[in-house]
Design a protein around this ligand. Sequence first.
Ligand SMILES: [Zn+2]
Length: 482
Amino acid sequence: MFVGRNAPIPNMFSELASPGNYSFAILRESTPHRLFRRTTGRASPRVNGMTSLLEQPNGAQPSQPGDRSSFGFETVTRLPDSTRGKGRGGIRYGRTGVIHTPHGDIKTPAFVPVATQAAMKAVLPEQMHELGAQCLLSNAFHLFERPGEDVLDEAGGLGRFMNWSGPTFTDSGGFQVLSLGAGFKKTLAMDVKGMKSDDVIAKGKERLAFVDEDGVTFKSPLDGSEHRFSAEISMGIQHKIGADIMFAFDELTTLMNTRGYQERSVERTFRWARRCVAEHRRLTQMRVGKPYQALYGVVQGANYEDLRRRAAQQIASLDFDGVGIGGAIEKRVIGDTCAWICDEMPENRPRHVLGIAAVDDIFACVENGGDTFDCVSPARTGRNGAIYTRDGRYNIKHAAYKHDFEPLEKDCDCYTCTHYSRAYVDHLLRAHELNGFTLATLHNEHFFVKLLDDIRAAIDGGYFDEFRDESLARFYANGSRG
Ligand SMILES: [Zn+2]
């Protein structure tokens, strides 16, 4: 049984009550692009007539290291070049495609919801699948802190631990570790205001992380104990967590670091990237009987074109499976940054934009070559009452909605909108009822998943430019944020 986003979902909770439907229920949707034929990897066993990639992922062989050919990317449609093209010679790198992973395919561009601690807050993985999410991203640093990577290894990996059969990602932990250093907000959208400092600490925060050539020493925000992260340690943790896609350990800088510091940081990240690739290769050989884990190198370089290009060339020169576009990027150059990196990168490597924050950023990144995007915003802001709609973002806790018995968004086919009213969600959130978190999160995650689904359809259908203009005009018509 595959319950897609467009399938009717009137009985979600009654289906949840039948574990038989779900223990093996998350399947690969048969791709409409039949040009893809897997030529390697063993045939997966079938459970109740259905393939279980959770129990038997592609490319896992007893006593053998994971088969690397079970991971790969194939382009389906490329955006035609136009005067808007930001790549060399006016190339536009936007595309649709498919990322093959041991736990199934991801049709791209795709939104990757963030299940930080192997959990979406207030929403079950089954519900994420029902609303159309194809994959989830968890955080290596948080899982290292709690419950510890050994527990995930023992459980059979991240997917089995949280009962999610689809593809999974982990970020390297570098972002969290280093943000302890600068103490800046977790979102990468930064207010620069011309400030430059190599030692910026957010007001009221203690500096908890220190970078040296070999890695980062930091104090746990949980209990103050001292820990160390390095390329090798991050790889060891991520191999035990067992996600399909991992990221190399990189140094994250802020836009407030000086040019000189950014240069040294890019070189240091390159040296760490080399060590990640070597350690990844060694651990892959030792990790027998389990599926291959893909490793993405991360390109830093802040707002500097020459640094971004140099970093991209460095990452392209190493044996990575994909690329992560990371670090703080100013909104005005977010599309350019993607294009600079794509210029230097082989086309067959998938590109993930780390920590994207807003609807217009998503369009800019897709148009310039981003394939996958993670963002905590829909869940985090949703819990505070911010509701995303095609006509912008509004706060459900506004007094106007107290007696409003319409859905959160007219014509939305998500579970929340087909069953509950604004007045009810407003009430739940005001009363701090946990179901309010659930309902707001379901709608907002569905909004972003569907946005990327619609963008994908627009690129395949040849109407991306019209769809972008129309969507952005509508979303920002009332000066909406997000
Ligand atoms: Zn909805």
